[in-house]
Design a protein around this ligand. Structure first.
Ligand code: ATP
Ligand code: MG
Length: 572
């Protein structure tokens, strides 16, 4: 492609609307343009990246025997009513009416449509197992569309659905999918982790997420390099305290802590470290009463774990200061477990604290030197907290690492959830009707573009992993106006490279060298060839590798061999 024919407008300024680097760089390099909140146009260079990712996904799906289909984006409400999701899905679902006032939605996912296909197409166990997939545009009316195509409202997803007679068959396809996902993200040149995940609203049993590791990731994942432990942070079990609780050494005493409502303020006021303080969080209970959750000051509440307690209301709801005052007659910010009078659930680590500080249930006061079993009953402890770096892995391989991740794929075993609701059955070997088992498998194709940039960029711009780069080579011709020879040599090289099926972006614009080099860096194409008057005088072309910035001169007459060899090498 010739840049002179592509109306590419790049810019240097960081766009105000873009918080994360991938969004900034995609806008600055002209890969995408915003139409409205969460809606983007894929411009020619961006679309090439998207198509490459689609192609890798498609190849790997085909390889495991999944069958490509294309379902309508618009779906009738009746199907969603059959599964109850018309009411459950809430405002994420974009609803609309046609001219006959029939209700529809723009598909955020396709379980219903697929299960409808399955119940019509599948009659016999002989047709099983079967996996269908599509690569298609979804719409979710996200409450906070942000980070560009990372969390858009309209986005491209690969969604696959499999149907089975028995669990063993579902397990096999589920494992084949996990392997295919591993090959996909490896082929795309991404650093990723596959983690055990919460099955969440979709329901069902087994579920794994695939995360591209990046600082800006919205999810936290916990893993251990010494074993194969890797889970979404919210699911990571915290280890039991390794050492027994210290014996009490202080008397319990009241300390004045005027205005100190947060752990930080209490620590400052009393000059103690946060791990010496216990915080008492009040949440709505399953009944009328509030429930207290006690954690160490340096630990965070894990809401999934809290919701697992039968005494706690789901979804978890923290009590407001007004609610606390009304229910207990005590001021929020100074609550503690001593004499609280409601049900108290204590985290394992908090239960192992001695001589601790906690709220006194009186305004502007805390208690110091508090001890379980002496000043208040010995607690029965539970796991309530998020794990922290350094906690030991349940796999026994050493300390846990916590990293941020971008969810790019998610696979689920759905069981009978949809097939039962929609009556998707086949005749089994005994000639009896049997409800199908189902799995579903998503990949955020458009999100991967942003995730790849989050993981691969520097101060000058994008540094594409080679498999997803919009072009393999960028050919820059310098000052073509001044020298005919530069123009003719570069034109010829461009034709030769294209003739060899090398994807080359040819910068033959009339522009200054500085502009061309800055754009080449911003666009992030792995291999750059520069032809200029000075080099040609010596019979050489400059080659530069984007990722390392290393450059060298290559004799013009061996440039094609050089490029062929370079492209054949695995990426550095
Ligand atoms: P998230 O937790 O990020 O909202 P999700 O768990 O709701 O995603 P799934 O239903 O698992 O999403 O969809 C499959 C994949 O589609 C996700 O793993 C993600 O990569 C992608 N995806 C989901 N929502 C969006 C979005 N708003 N923009 C871009 N990609 C998305
Ligand atoms: Mg998900």
């Amino acid at each position: 492609m010739q840049l002179s024919k592509l109306p590419l407008s790049t810019f240097k300024e960081v766009p105000a609307e873009a918080e994360v680097i991938s969004h900034q760089l995609m806008l600055r390099s002209g890969m995408i343009r915003r139409l409205a909140a969460g809606l983007f146009t894929w411009m020619p260079l961006g679309l090439r990246v998207l198509r490459k990712i689609e192609q890798v996904v498609r190849e790997e799906m085909d390889l495991i025997g999944a069958l490509e289909v294309s379902m309508p984006a618009i779906q009738p409400a009746e199907l969603w009513r059959e599964t109850g999701r018309w009411d459950q899905y809430g405002s994420l679902l974009l609803r609309m009416n046609d001219r006959h006032d029939r209700e529809f939605c723009f598909g955020p996912t396709h379980e219903e449509v697929m299960t409808d296909i399955a119940r019509r197409e599948l009659q016999s166990y002989r047709q099983l197992p079967v996996t269908w997939y599509q690569i298609q545009t979804k719409f979710r009316d996200e409450i906070r569309p942000r980070f560009g195509v990372m969390r858009a409202r309209e986005f491209v997803m690969k969604d696959a659905y499999s149907f089975h007679l028995d669990q063993a068959s579902l397990d096999k396809t589920y494992n084949d999918m996990a392997d295919a996902y591993t090959r996909i993200f490896t082929r795309l040149g991404l650093t990723f982790r596959s983690v055990e995940a919460d099955s969440g609203e979709i329901g069902g049993s087994a579920s794994r997420e695939f995360h591209v590791l990046a600082e800006s990731g919205e999810d936290a994942i916990a893993y251990c390099d010494g074993d194969d432990f890797a889970v979404n942070l919210e699911l990571a079990p915290a280890p039991q305290p390794a050492t027994p609780r210290a014996v009490p050494s202080q008397p319990m005493a009241v300390a004045e802590t005027p205005g100190a409502k947060s752990i930080d303020q209490v620590c400052e006021s009393l000059d103690v470290p946060p791990e010496q303080c216990l915080k008492t969080l009040l949440v709505e209970g399953a009944g009328e009463e509030l429930v207290a959750l006690v954690l160490r000051g340096d630990h965070e509440l894990n809401s999934l774990k809290a919701e697992r307690l039968p005494a706690v209301a789901t979804p978890l709801e923290l009590a407001s200061a007004e609610r606390i005052q009304a229910a207990l007659g005590m001021p929020a910010g100074f609550i503690g477990p001593v004499g609280l009078g409601i049900s108290v659930h204590v985290d394992h680590a908090a239960g192992a604290s001695a001589d601790f500080v906690c709220g006194a249930n009186q305004a502007d006061q805390h208690l110091t030197g508090v001890n379980w079993g002496r000043d208040l009953p010995e607690p029965e402890t539970v796991d309530l907290r998020n794990v922290v770096p350094g906690d030991s892995s349940p796999g026994g391989g050493g300390a846990i690492t916590i990293a941020r991740g971008i969810e790019v794929g998610h696979i689920f075993q759905l069981g009978e959830k949809y097939s039962r609701a929609m009556g998707a059955t086949v005749l089994n070997q005994e000639g009896k009707e049997q409800t199908l088992l189902m799995g579903c498998y998503g990949i955020g194709v458009s999100r991967i573009v942003a995730a790849a940039i989050e993981q691969n960029h520097d101060d000058d711009g994008i540094v594409w992993p080679e498999p997803v780069s919009p072009f393999q080579v960028i050919l820059v011709a310098l000052n073509t106006g001044k020298s005919d020879q530069v123009g003719t040599t570069a034109d010829a090289l461009y034709r030769d490279l294209e003739g060899m099926n090398i994807e080359v972006l040819y910068d033959n614009r009339v522009a200054r060298a500085g502009v061309k080099f800055a754009d080449a860096d911003l666009l992030g194409i792995p291999h750059r060839l520069t032809i200029g008057e000075r080099g040609l005088g010596k019979g050489v072309v400059e080659y530069r590798y984007r990722r390392t910035g290393e450059s060298r001169e290559i004799a013009l007459d061996s440039i094609l061999d050089f490029i062929t060899d370079t492209l054949a090498q695995p990426a550095a």
